[in-house]
Design a protein around this ligand. Structure first.
Ligand SMILES: Cc1ncc(COP(=O)(O)O)c(C=O)c1O
Length: 380
C-alpha cells in the first residue's frame, strides 16, 4: 500500500474510533447531525450574532404555518419544547391543581408540576385494553390538565390517531389537553399530525413540537406550541421577549424545508430501530422502537440492565438507564450514526453471545455474571 493509502486507512480508522468514543446514545439527539442546508445558510450571516431577534418571530411562525398547515397566529416559539412545557404548566397549574399523564411520560411534566405544587398522577393501560378505563377513573377527579405524549418517551409507545382522538373525546372541555409530539416527524402520519387536528377542533388544547429530534438542532434549543386561540395570549404573556436566538430562529426556518434531511433521518431511525430490536429479541430480551429515534429495552432484572449499561459504557456507548422513571430494569438506546450502529451491533452480539455461552440460551439474567459487576451491587 502507498504511504498516502496508509494515511487514509489510518484516518478512516481514527474517525471510526472517534465516532464510537463516548457515542451519545443517551439523549435522543439526531446523530446524523443538523440539516446541512440550515447550517450553511446561517453561517453566512454574521448579523445573526450581533442583532436581537425580531420580537414576534413572525417569519419563523409563518414558515411553521406554511410547512405544517397551521395558523401562524396560534404558534408560540420557545427555547426547546422544554421551555414550552414550562410555560404551559405555569399558565395552567397552581398549588392544588391536578394533572394526569400517560404512564412513564417524559419526566419534565412531573418535575415541573410538582414544583408548582400540583398533584401529578399517571394512568396506565388496563389489561391490554388501552388507557380508556384508567383515564375515565382519573377524569372523575376533574383534572385541570391531561398530557398525552405520542409517540412516547421513554417507552417508545405509539397511539394511532384514532386511538388518540378517542381518548381526547372523553376529556371534558374545561380540562386542557397537552399533546406532546416531540417525535411526530418519525410517525407515519407526520404530515397530518393528530395533535394539530386536536388543537384545530378543540378549545383548551396545546400541541408541542420540537426541532431537537428529527431536525437535529437540539443544541440551538428551538420548539413551538400550537395552541387553541384562547390560550395563545396566556402562553405569550409568559414568554421572555427574546427567548429564542436569531440564529436558532433562522436555522429552524431553513431546516423546515430540508425534506431530504428529514426523510433520511426518519428512514435511518426506522431501519436501525428495527435492526436493534430484532437483535435483542433474538437473545430473548424485550425491546421496541416505533416511530421514535431510540430503542426501549426491557431486561429481566435491574442487574441485567445495569450490567449491559456498564458494559456498553466501557465500549464507548453512553446509554440512558431509566431509574428516574422507576424502570430499573430498562435501558433507552438512541439511534446513532451508521458507523456507531454497526459497531453497536457487533459489541452487543459479542456480549449477548458470551452470556448465552456462559448460562445457556435465553437466560438473559446471566448478564449479571459476576466478573462484570461492581461488588457493591445487589439485586433489588
Ligand atoms: C417527549 C419529549 N418532549 C419534550 C422534550 C424536550 O425537547 P426539547 O426541549 O429539546 O425540545 C423531549 C426531549 O427529550 C421529549 O422526549
Amino acid at each position: 500500500m502507498s504511504s498516502s493509502g496508509n494515511k487514509s486507512a489510518v484516518a478512516g480508522a481514527e474517525s471510526l474510533e472517534a465516532d464510537c468514543r463516548n457515542a451519545r446514545l443517551h439523549a435522543n439527539e439526531n446523530l446524523l447531525g443538523a440539516s446541512g442546508l440550515a447550517l450553511h445558510l446561517c453561517m453566512s450571516m454574521p448579523s445573526l450574532l450581533s442583532e436581537y431577534p425580531e420580537v414576534t418571530y413572525k417569519s419563523l411562525r409563518t414558515a411553521i404555518g406554511e410547512r405544517w398547515n397551521v395558523d401562524p397566529e396560534r404558534v408560540v416559539v420557545g427555547a426547546g419544547s422544554d421551555e414550552l412545557i414550562d410555560i404551559s404548566l405555569r399558565s395552567l397549574l397552581q398549588a392544588g391543581s391536578r394533572i394526569v399523564a400517560l404512564q412513564h411520560s417524559f419526566k419534565m411534566y412531573k418535575i415541573r408540576s410538582e414544583l408548582l405544587g400540583a398533584d401529578y398522577s399517571e394512568i396506565f393501560p388496563a389489561s391490554g385494553e388501552g388507557y380508556d378505563t384508567t383515564l375515565n377513573i382519573a377524569l372523575q377527579k376533574n383534572p385541570d390538565v391531561v398530557v398525552l405524549v405520542n409517540p412516547s418517551n421513554p417507552l417508545g409507545d405509539y397511539l394511532s390517531p384514532s386511538a388518540l382522538l378517542k381518548l381526547v373525546a372523553a376529556i371534558p372541555e374545561r380540562t386542557t389537553v397537552i399533546i406532546d409530539e416531540a417525535y411526530a416527524e418519525f410517525a407515519p402520519d407526520r404530515e397530518n399530525s393528530p395533535g394539530v387536528q386536536i388543537v384545530n377542533a378543540r378549545k383548551n388544547s396545546i400541541c408541542l413540537r420540537t426541532f431537537s429530534k428529527a431536525y437535529g438542532i437540539a443544541g440551538l434549543r428551538l420548539g413551538w406550541a400550537y395552541a387553541s386561540a384562547d390560550l395563545v395570549p396566556v402562553l405569550q404573556a409568559r414568554r421572555a421577549p427574546y427567548n429564542v436566538s436569531s440564529f436558532s430562529a433562522l436555522a429552524g426556518e431553513y431546516a423546515l424545508w430540508d425534506a431530504d434531511h428529514l426523510e433520511k433521518t426518519a428512514t435511518h431511525c426506522l431501519v436501525w430501530g428495527q435492526e436493534i430490536v430484532s437483535l435483542f429479541q433474538g437473545y430473548g430480551v424485550q425491546a421496541r422502537s416505533r416511530y421514535v429515534n431510540f430503542v426501549f429495552v426491557e431486561f429481566n432484572s435491574p442487574h441485567a440492565c445495569k450490567s449491559l449499561h456498564d458494559y456498553l459504557a466501557r465500549e464507548g456507548f453512553l446509554t440512558s438507564p431509566l431509574t428516574d422513571y422507576g424502570l430499573d430494569n430498562c435501558l433507552r438506546i438512541s439511534i446513532g450514526s451508521q458507523v456507531q450502529m454497526t459497531r453497536l451491533c457487533d459489541v452487543l452480539r459479542k456480549e449477548l453471545d458470551a452470556v448465552e455461552r456462559q448460562k445457556g440460551p435465553r437466560d438473559v439474567d446471566a448478564l449479571n455474571h459476576s466478573h462484570r459487576l461492581p461488588t457493591t451491587l445487589s439485586e433489588n
